[in-house]
Design a protein around this ligand. Structure first.
Ligand SMILES: [Fe+2]
Ligand SMILES: [Fe+2]
Length: 471
């Protein structure tokens, strides 16, 4: 499974042996580069960034670190190795061989899944394109760019599948992935959370904690897929995704640490140019609830179809005893009038909710790690995750009003308390006011964030992670 770096498009899928596919992808490449130059990180395209590039798909040592100008990053196509005799391990086709080609019956469903996943990758690059201008340090700037180039590579991963397995309409979808724009009124990205602007680093760290983590669970469910090329593609994407979530979790942790340390004796964080913990909680509430929406409806016939067909499994499907999910039920609190009534829905129809539950558990661990930081510093403040029903715009709770504890409330109560629960206009103005300049001297950090405990790939914290090459 060695990676061919001599080709125009680095790959471990023997692209050289499939000239038609190679030509199609090489024709897409300049369009991708044009998109990157237009919509990638603004103002840093000529600089040398200390980035990792995938050089193998082995568990250890898959990445090489060096200075790269982002437009010259070697985006490529990497799949984890195939297992011979692999069988479908859940749903109606259990025990049959996995598919190396797309079955006609599931062609549209699979294409939709791949396009929807693919669309999120360039979207996040677009959402984050101005953040470099207010970076809190070179270390953070480098991490932002690492996330951005890898989201670009994830787009390549999905485009490979579209080109290789979906013929002409796959190629058309691949073009459309470069045409939609995050937040554009006429041609927005497919999922709403990916049209929300990310204009400050508190939002960026929340996004990489909560929204990239949604990505992790979507990819995990696809890595169970009976369509083996999709499973192998998403498996390698997950390897890269771990760093994105690390950036988010440690970013928030460092902000919390700074605020808690500097306000130990009751100082006013605003007077010190710090981010109050209450504001962090409101940003957490916002980005967590937006990310919950991405899992789709709680009671979903699509999710039943996808599971039954073997397109999407549960998180770590092998950890379940039973893999048909038939004659089993999920207890779903369902709004009836102004109360909630628990309804038993067939488990297959609840697969979005099952995946959302795995995600909630994972997020809960992250919040507990942040609270350990607060505890160690001696702060009484604790961050919490709001209930799954809070601030939802998709699914059975959309359009209804819940408090962060998950109780249904009146419009009047919601209006009165909303600014305590979600970022207010004043919060956004304040957070942005702290981020009006870039901290770009090696080892220097913005006043509102602590330095990380260690650097990247064994380098010191004050390493020159980005070298500016302004002419
Ligand atoms: Fe991604
Ligand atoms: Fe990511």
């Amino acid at each position: 499974m060695s990676i061919d770096y001599q080709s125009k498009i680095p790959n471990n899928v023997n692209l050289n042996d499939d000239k038609k596919l190679q030509r199609a992808l090489e024709a897409w490449l300049p369009n991708y580069q044009a998109w990157w130059n237009e919509m990638g990180p603004e103002g840093f395209q000529n600089d040398d960034v200390y980035l990792r590039t995938a050089i193998s798909v082995d568990k250890d040592g898959w990445a090489h670190f060096d200075y790269v100008k982002m437009p010259e990053y070697r985006w490529g196509i990497f799949l984890t190795p195939t297992e011979s005799n692999k069988k479908i391990h859940f749903g109606d086709h259990m025990g049959e061989d996995v598919w190396q080609q797309v079955p006609g019956d599931y062609r549209n469903a699979l294409k939709r899944i791949i396009v929807t996943q693919g669309d999120t990758e360039p979207a996040s690059v677009e959402q984050q394109r101005l953040l470099g201008k207010c970076c809190p340090s070179l270390y953070d700037l480098r991490n932002l760019f690492q996330v951005n180039v890898e989201e670009g590579r994830h787009l390549w991963a999905m485009v490979y599948l579209l080109h290789a397995y979906f013929g002409k309409d796959g190629r058309e979808e691949a073009e459309a992935l470069l045409e939609r724009r995050s937040g554009n009124a006429d041609s927005p990205r497919i999922l709403n959370t990916f049209n929300e602007p990310i204009e400050d680093w508190l939002s960026f760290f929340c996004f990489t904690t909560f929204t990239d983590r949604d990505g992790k669970y979507q990819l995990r469910s696809l890595s169970e897929s009976a369509f083996e090329p999709l499973a192998r593609t998403t498996n390698f994407m997950l390897t890269e995704e771990a760093h994105h979530m690390f950036v988010g979790q440690t970013g928030i942790q460092r902000i919390i640490q700074k605020t808690a340390e500097m306000t130990k004796n009751g100082e006013d964080p605003r007077k010190l140019g710090l981010i109050p913990l209450e504001i962090i909680q409101r940003y957490v509430n916002f980005w967590y609830s937006c990310s919950l929406d991405l899992f789709g409806g709680e009671d979903s016939s699509n999710s039943a179809t996808f599971f039954g067909a073997g397109l999407k499994g549960r998180d770590r499907e092998e950890s379940y005893q039973e893999h048909t999910a038939l004659d089993q039920y999920y207890a779903l609190p369902t709004p009836v009038g102004d109360t909630l009534k628990t309804e038993e829905i067939p488990l297959r129809r609840a697969m979005n909710e099952v995946l959302r539950d795995a995600y909630v558990n994972d997020c809960d661990k992250v919040v507990r790690s942040w609270n350990r930081t607060l505890e160690e510093i001696g702060s009484d403040f604790r961050l919490t995750l709001p209930n799954k029903r809070f601030h939802r715009t998709q699914g059975i709770y959309a359009g209804l009003l819940f408090n962060p504890q998950g109780d249904m409330i009146s419009q009047a109560e919601y209006e009165a308390k909303k600014d305590q629960w979600l970022p207010s206009a004043a919060d956004k103005v304040y957070v942005k006011s702290l981020m009006d300049k870039a901290y770009t001297k090696a080892g220097e950090f913005a006043p509102w964030i602590a330095a990380p405990s260690r650097g990247i790939e064994g380098q010191p914290v004050d390493f020159e992670y980005v070298r500016f090459c302004r002419g």
